[in-house]
Design a protein around this ligand. Structure first.
Ligand SMILES: [Zn+2]
Length: 222
């Protein structure tokens, strides 16, 4: 089954993607990770993307689309994939639909994880990141054994520039503006499900799996 996970920064999308991957046994394809891997491995696509990144520019839509579709249609994702970070634009969504249809596949479910802005802001600004190994901590979910110090490597915990209140508000606004057209598209297609991303991560996973189970039951009954 091919599915897409959409959610604002701070909603816990990464955590839920990992849990879904475990539960469903299909890979989680994060476009950010894929991009970094191509750059690290020095593929032709990675070299082209890296040139944009070094100039501080966004990697062009078409390049991201080519890279991601190649992966989706490759052997590792033949049983389905959990998409995350792609598609981001209507043009990418169109390209994805066409590519999947060419292989008798389709985006069956779009899971939209939501939480009130207040909750997201608290989560985003409470995060502290290890200056050494990059591990992250949060008063709501994971506190270090020693205040201000990383459990894994002992380095100091710092607040990243990304996690200040002003940056967090901007990130949420950008996310809302970018996802609106995608959500409208998938709502119209009847594949969009809104999932409450608040509360215990285990409960959120159960909500996600309940939607998928319901959908599977529905399609086998047809
Ligand atoms: Zn550390």
């Amino acid at each position: 089954m091919d599915l897409l996970l959409i959610g604002p920064p701070g909603v816990g999308k990464g955590t839920q993607a990992a849990r879904l991957r475990q539960a469903l046994g299909i890979p989680h394809l994060s476009t950010g990770d894929l991009l970094r891997r191509h750059v690290a491995e020095g593929t032709a696509l990675g070299a082209a993307a890296g040139a944009h990144m070094r100039r501080g520019e966004l990697v062009p839509d078409a390049l991201v689309t080519e890279m991601t579709l190649e992966q989706i249609l490759g052997p590792s994702c033949s049983a389905g994939v959990i998409l995350d970070g792609f598609p981001r634009t209507p043009a990418q969504a169109e390209a994805l639909d066409t590519a999947l249809a060419g292989h008798a596949r389709r985006l069956a479910v779009v899971l939209h994880l939501t939480a009130p802005d207040q909750t997201l802001l608290r989560r985003l600004t409470g995060r502290r990141t290890c200056a050494g190994c990059g591990d992250s901590y949060h008063p709501d979910t994971r506190t270090p054994r020693t205040h201000g110090q990383c459990d894994s490597c002992g380095q100091p915990l710092v607040q990243r520039a990304d996690d200040t209140a002003e940056t967090a508000r901007t990130r949420l606004a950008v996310h809302t503006r970018q996802t609106q057209p995608l959500l409208a598209r998938y709502r119209l297609a009847g594949v969009l499900h809104e999932i409450d991303g608040c509360g215990d991560p285990g409960d959120v996973t159960r909500r996600l799996l309940a939607v998928l189970a319901l959908r599977a039951a529905g399609s086998s009954a047809l």
